[in-house]
Ligand binder design. Structure first.
Ligand code: SRM
Ligand code: SF4
Length: 515
C-alpha cells in the first residue's frame, strides 16, 4: 500500500519544508483542470512556482505563461510514436516550442501553455510517457547505460532495472506520495558497461558492475552530488547486490532512510551526503539494512569500470550480427519540433523506431541494418546532427542558461556553440576536449566532470557588471573518474576566447591552423 512520508516532528524551518507540509506537491495533479480554467495568473503563487514541478511542469519567470515540461525517460529510451507526440506538443507553440536533451538523458519541452496541460498529460499517458515527480524534492530521471542491450562488451543490461526503479518511485507513473517529500532532489544511476557512461560518481545512488564470487552484480556508491555550496563524488556503501529486484529494494530502503532521517532544516545541507556526514557511512549502512530487513552483502573487491568513457558518436556495429547504431551530435541538446519529427521518421525507416539519449545531450539510433547505412548517411538531417562533428563540438555540453532559467548568471547554450565554432576554426586538435558550460553554481551542466568546465558568474569591468565564468579543470570521466576543480575565477566572457585557446594549446596539444 502506498504510504505518505511521516514527517511529524521533522524541522520545518525553511520555506520549502513549510510548503510541502502545507500541501504535498502531488496534490496539484487533481487540480490541473481547475488551473487550466482559471489561468496561471489566477493561481496560488506556491502552486504555480513550486508544486507544479511535482508534475514536471515548470513555471519560467523568464518567459511567464510559457512553461517548461520535464519528462522522465528511464534509461534515456524513447520511440518514434512517443517522439511524434512530443513533436506535436512542441509544434503547437510555434517559435516558442522546442525541446532540450538534458544532462540526465532526458527531454524537456518549452513553450507549454497551462491550459493545454490536461490534454498534454492524456497524450503522454496514451503514449506510455510521464513527467511525474521530475522536479523539486523528488527522484530525477534515472539514468542507465545508453548502449544497454546493444553493446558486445556490456556486462549488465540496465533497461529493465531502471524501469523497475522508476515504477517503484512513481507508482507506475501515477505518482507516489511515499516519495514526494524527500528532503531534497535525488539522483539514481545504473551502469551496465565498462566505461561509466552515466557518471556514476555524481549520483546520490549509483550501481556499478562488479563480480562477487564469480557472480555479476553491482557495487553501490552513495552520496554523490553537486550544489552551489559543495560538490562531492559518491562514496562506497560497501554493498554488493545482484542485478535483480534487490536493486529496487535497496533504492527503496535508501530513499526511506533519507526521507525519514535526511536533514531538512537548511536546504543547502539537505542532500544525502550531508546525512552520511552526520551519521558516518557505517551507521548509514546499518540503518539501510534495518529498513531492508536483512544484512547487505559487502562490496566486491573491485568494480569492472576499466574503460575510458565513450561518447558513442559515429557508426558502430552492435552485438547483434548485421545491426549497427549511429550516434548523432545534437549541438547543446537543442531540438526544434521539425527535428523531433524527422528523428522519429529516421528511427522508423532505418532502425526499429527507437532512440537513445545520452548524458552528453546527444542521441543514438540503434538497430540499423548494414545495408541501410549508406542511405541513412545521405539523410539531410545528418548534416545538422552529424555523427562526425569537430573535436570540440562533439563534446560540448551546456545547461539551459539565461534564455529560460532564472538562476542563470550568464547565457550558456548559444555562447557555448559560438565559442567552439571559433576555436575549431583557429585550432587543430587531434582529439576531442570536453567543454561543459553551466550558467550558475548549481552545476546542471556538470563543469566538474569536464576537461574544461565553465561556470557562469558576474564580473566587474570598467565599473560595470558583466557576464563571466569561473574556470574548472581536471575532471576525469570513465575509469578512475575524478571531479575537476576551480582553477581560475571571474574571467569576463568577452575575454574568454584567448584564455581557452591558450589552454587548448598548452594542455591539450592543440596547434594553430595555418592562416
Ligand atoms: Fe539542474 C535546478 C536544469 C541537471 C543541479 N536545474 C534546476 C532548474 C530546475 C532550476 C529552475 O527551476 O529553473 C533548472 C531548469 C532550467 C530549465 O528551464 O531548463 C535545471 N538541471 C537542469 C537541466 C535541464 C540542465 C540541462 O540543460 O541539461 C538538467 C535536467 C536533468 C533532468 O532531466 O532531470 C539538470 N541539475 C542537473 C544536474 C546534473 C546531473 O544530474 O547529472 C545537477 C548536478 C547534480 C546534482 O544534482 O547533484 C543539477 N539543478 C541542480 C541544482 C543544485 C542542487 C543542489 O543540491 O543544490 C538546482 C537548484 C536546486 O535544486 O535548488 C537545479
Ligand atoms: Fe539554471 Fe544554473 Fe542549472 Fe544552468 S546551472 S540550468 S543556470 S540552475
Amino acid at each position: 500500500m502506498v504510504q505518505a512520508a511521516n514527517l511529524e516532528g521533522i524541522a520545518t524551518q525553511n520555506k520549502f519544508e513549510k510548503l510541502k507540509a502545507e500541501k504535498d506537491g502531488l496534490k496539484v495533479k487533481d487540480e490541473l483542470e481547475r488551473f487550466a480554467e482559471i489561468g496561471w495568473q489566477a493561481m496560488d503563487k506556491t502552486d504555480l512556482e513550486h508544486r507544479l514541478k511535482w508534475l514536471g511542469i515548470f513555471y519560467r519567470p523568464v518567459t511567464p505563461g510559457k512553461f517548461m515540461m520535464r519528462l522522465r525517460l528511464p534509461n534515456g529510451i524513447i520511440d518514434s510514436t512517443q517522439l511524434r507526440v512530443l513533436g506535436e506538443i512542441a509544434q503547437r507553440y510555434g517559435e516558442d516550442g522546442s525541446g532540450d536533451i538534458t544532462t540526465r538523458q532526458n527531454l524537456q519541452l518549452r513553450g507549454i501553455r497551462l491550459e493545454d496541460v490536461p490534454d498534454i498529460f492524456s497524450r503522454l499517458e496514451a503514449a506510455g510517457m510521464t513527467s511525474i515527480q521530475s522536479g523539486m524534492d523528488n527522484v530525477r530521471n534515472i539514468t542507465g547505460s545508453p548502449m544497454a542491450g546493444l553493446d558486445e562488451y556490456e556486462l549488465i543490461d540496465t533497461r529493465e532495472l531502471v524501469q523497475q526503479v522508476q515504477d517503484m518511485i512513481t507508482n507506475q507513473g501515477e505518482g507516489n506520495p511515499e516519495f514526494t517529500n524527500l528532503p531534497r532532489k535525488f539522483n539514481i544511476a545504473i551502469e551496465g558497461g565498462r566505461d561509466n557512461s552515466v557518471h556514476a560518481e555524481i549520483n546520490d545512488i549509483a550501481f556499478i558492475p562488479a563480480y562477487k564470487n564469480g557472480e555479476l552484480g553491482f557495487n553501490v556508491v552513495v552520496g554523490g552530488f553537486f550544489s552551489a555550496k559543495r560538490c562531492e563524488a559518491a562514496m562506497e556503501l560497501d554493498a554488493w547486490v545482484p542485478p535483480n529486484s534487490e536493486v529496487v529494494d535497496l533504492c527503496r530502503a535508501i530513499l526511506i532512510v533519507y526521507r525519514d532521517h535526511g536533514l531538512r532544516a537548511n536546504r543547502q545541507k539537505s542532500r544525502l551526503m550531508w546525512l552520511i556526514d552526520e551519521w558516518g557511512i557505517k551507521k548509514f549502512r546499518t540503518e539501510v539494512e534495518k529498513e531492508l530487513g536483512h544484512p547487505l552483502e559487502t562490496a566486491a573487491e573491485k568494480d569492472e569500470i576499466d574503460w575510458e568513457k565513450r561518447d558513442h558518436l559515429g557508426l558502430y556495429p552492435q552485438k547483434q550480427a548485421g545491426l549497427n547504431y549511429i550516434g548523432l551530435n545534437i549541438p547543446v541538446g537543442r531540438l526544434q519540433a521539425e527535428d523531433i519529427f524527422d528523428l522519429a521518421r529516421i528511427a522508423e525507416v532505418y532502425g526499429t523506431s527507437e532512440i537513445r539519449l545520452t548524458v552528453e545531450q546527444n542521441l543514438i539510433i540503434p538497430n540499423i541494418q548494414s545495408e541501410n547505412l549508406e542511405a541513412l548517411q545521405a539523410e539531410p538531417l545528418l548534416s545538422k546532427f552529424t555523427p562526425t562533428p569537430g573535436p570540440l563540438t562533439r563534446s560540448v555540453v551546456s545547461c539551459t542558461g539565461a534564455q529560460f532559467c532564472n538562476f542563470a548568471l550568464i547565457e550558456t547554450k548559444s555562447r557555448a556553440l559560438a565559442v567552439v565554432k571559433e576555436l575549431e576554426q583557429e585550432l587543430e586538435l587531434s582529439k576531442s576536449v570536453r567543454l561543459h558550460w553551466t550558467g550558475c553554481p548549481n552545476s546542471c551542466g556538470q563543469p566538474q566532470v569536464a576537461d574544461i568546465g565553465l561556470m557562469g558568474t558576474k564580473v566587474r569591468k570598467n565599473g560595470k557588471t558583466i557576464e563571466g565564468v569561473d574556470l574548472y579543470m581536471g575532471g576525469k570521466v570513465g575509469k578512475e573518474a575524478q571531479l575537476g576543480t576551480c582553477v581560475q575565477k571571474g574571467i569576463a566572457c568577452e575575454e574568454l576566447l584567448p584564455v581557452l585557446r591558450q589552454i587548448l594549446i598548452d594542455n591539450f596539444g592543440a596547434t594553430p591552423k595555418a592562416v
